[in-house]
Design a protein around this ligand. Structure first.
Ligand code: PHE
Length: 336
């Protein structure tokens, strides 16, 4: 019996070696190792005919042969799949290659960069402040009393009494002025947080870009002219700018700034857009200058805060703000 087993093993190995593809190999496996019809099983069924003394050795040999053949099948199967990969007849060389992954700059970051580049060329430097801040910087120093609706827990995300996630980038105005004497010309981009519902036009976390200028002799004319220059460089020379009276506790007078852009339609004709609000702004309230120890008789300034995500919406004709924050690579990958 042991001789029969060894002969079977030799035959099987030869056939395994000759098998030219996975289907053939599978037929060889079934022929020898198949549970019911397999030749090894058939031989084992005759184990009962052997004497008690012969049985253990034959059984052990049968197990060894089964294992050896399973191993040989496995190895041949690996050989065949390796060969298939390098066989030019089996390869579809016309299949387009998978493109190299290329990272892109997030559309909102791109807008922040573009804003920054323009102001940098106008002599501004970049400033930053913490996202976790306190009531002094976020409200009080900005001339916003704590009973002002903006300071309410309904609108601002508090982490502990007095400690909050900044609701705008304006606290960077205070931090900068506390640290440095005038003249000040800064741009401060960063994330801000509000207790807003998450919908097409609101997100509880969003980017802002703050601007602040303080110096001797800074006037409303500087304010208007600089922002108009910015708008024309950002959206093109045909851009119109409008200042609408508004209110912020930390600026007086305050304005909301709108732009009317000229866009080129698909048929090549130019078209004016509607007025679109792009920022809150104003002349720095003297009370704010007093709060940081600046001489408000001597110095004047102006400031603005704008939302780059809104600007990115306009730039790309996107209708839902949430798309910018959900990190779906199919969406973000389009902004190369
Ligand atoms: N901080 C204001 C806001 O978030 C914007 C602003 C900044 C207004 C600076 C005036 C001056 O709405």
């Amino acid at each position: 019996m042991i001789d029969d087993l060894r002969r079977l093993e030799a035959d099987a190995r030869a056939e395994i070696g000759r098998a030219a593809d996975p289907d053939e190999l599978e037929r060889v496996r079934v022929r020898y190792l198949g549970r019911r019809e397999g030749l090894v099983s058939a031989l084992l069924r005759q184990l009962g005919r052997l004497s008690r003394e012969e049985r253990p050795a034959a059984g052990a040999e049968a197990n060894r042969v089964k294992k050896a053949l399973a191993g040989a099948l496995e190895e041949r199967s690996r050989e065949l799949s390796a060969a298939a990969v390098s066989d030019p007849d089996r390869l579809d060389l016309t299949l387009p290659a998978r493109g190299k992954w290329r990272g892109t700059i997030h559309p909102v970051s791109q807008v922040v960069d573009d804003i920054w580049q323009i102001f940098r060329s106008l002599g501004f430097t970049r400033a930053r402040g913490p996202e976790v801040d306190n009531e002094w910087y976020n409200f009080v120093a900005l001339n916003t009393p704590l009973d002002h609706p903006a300071a309410d827990e309904q609108d601002t995300l508090y982490l502990a009494p007095g400690l909050l996630l900044r609701s705008h980038t304006s606290p960077v105005q205070i931090r900068t002025m506390e640290k440095y004497p005038p003249p000040i010309r800064i741009i401060a981009p960063g994330m801000v947080y509000r207790r807003d519902t998450y919908d097409a036009t609101h997100t509880p976390a969003f980017a802002q870009v703050e601007g602040l200028v303080v110096d001797e002799g800074v006037t409303f004319v500087d304010f208007k002219a600089t922002l108009a220059e910015f708008a024309r460089r950002f959206w093109g020379p045909g851009t119109q700018v409008r200042f609408r009276p508004s209110f912020f506790p930390f600026t007086e007078p305050s304005a909301e700034v709108d732009v009317k852009r000229v866009i080129v339609r698909e048929d090549g004709r130019e078209e004016e857009t509607d007025w679109i609000e792009i920022m809150g702004a104003g002349m720095v309230d003297p009370a704010v200058l007093d709060n940081v120890g600046y001489d408000s008789e001597r110095y004047t300034g102006w400031a603005f805060g704008m939302g780059p995500a809104r600007v990115a919406l306009l730039r790309h004709g996107v209708r839902d703000l949430r798309l910018f924050y959900e990190n779906d690579m199919r969406f973000l990958g389009q902004f190369t």
